[in-house]
Design a protein around this ligand. Structure first.
Ligand code: 5RP
Length: 226
């Protein structure tokens, strides 16, 4: 069993009967979905889920989990998702995929948001290993890019995997992958990007995580907790 699977299985123990559970997106979140489905089948766990992406919704449904739509609820009990980077103050970088918008909505709507990852995701500051994905309205990408450059951002539109077109997210946005000067704090950057017209959502998750579960060599620790 790899560390992503170990930590995902550990996190599934936080799910109690009757909970409404948010399902993340990515390889670690996939293991969590599988474990939840197993617990439903083998332990009679009664659970309702809400997915942060179409791909997670399809996976959950294929395993027999009951998935409802976001517009049916205003609050969820628990959200479990991975991250690309995690700092000691529990700021996250997410969104290597295309599902930032729903991921942040679920993170905000959750009474408890647990982040599951292997040790490789721990960093001192956001932007260490990845650029910051910023979803922008297609018609506003140039003006948004200019505004982001004015606060020190450097980067460009994300290409698709085949490099013959642009990445378009689940919500029809384009993605500006930007890096910023390290003198700007994550909290400041979060605020500045939030205040940029044309930005739909971005990958810095500030003040949303309740706890970070990290697996290393098969052991899970509650690395940071609130
Ligand atoms: C997708 C995400 C993922 O949670 C993040 O990329 C981590 O993925 P993985 O569990 O595959 O390492 O934010 O938008």
């Amino acid at each position: 069993m790899n560390d992503k699977q170990v930590v995902a299985i550990h996190a599934a123990n936080y799910v109690k009967n009757g909970m409404l559970v948010g399902l993340g997106t990515g390889s670690t979140a996939n293991y969590f979905i599988e474990e939840l489905a197993r617990r439903q089948l083998e332990e009679n766990l009664n659970v309702t889920t809400i997915a942060s992406s179409t791909v997670s919704m399809i996976k959950a449904q294929s395993l027999g989990l009951n998935v409802i739509a976001l517009n049916q609820v205003s609050e969820i009990d628990l959200y479990v998702d991975g991250a690309d980077e995690i700092t000691p103050d529990m700021t996250l970088l997410k969104g290597r995929g295309y599902d930032l918008v729903l991921e942040k909505l679920l993170a905000k709507a959750a009474k408890q948001f647990l982040v599951v990852a292997d040790k490789s995701k721990l960093v001192e500051r956001i932007g260490t290993n990845f650029v910051i994905p910023i979803e922008v309205m297609p018609m506003a990408w140039k003006t948004a890019k200019r505004s982001l450059e004015a606060i020190g951002g450097v980067g460009d539109l994300r290409q698709n995997v085949a490099k013959d077109g642009l990445t378009v997210t689940s919500h029809g946005s384009l993605v500006l992958d930007m890096s910023f000067d390290k003198s700007i704090s994550e909290a400041q950057l979060n605020q500045l990007i939030n205040n940029t017209p044309g930005v739909v959502e971005h990958g810095i998750f500030c003040g949303l995580a309740s706890g970070i579960l990290i697996a290393e060599n098969g052991n899970v620790t509650e690395e940071y907790w609130k």
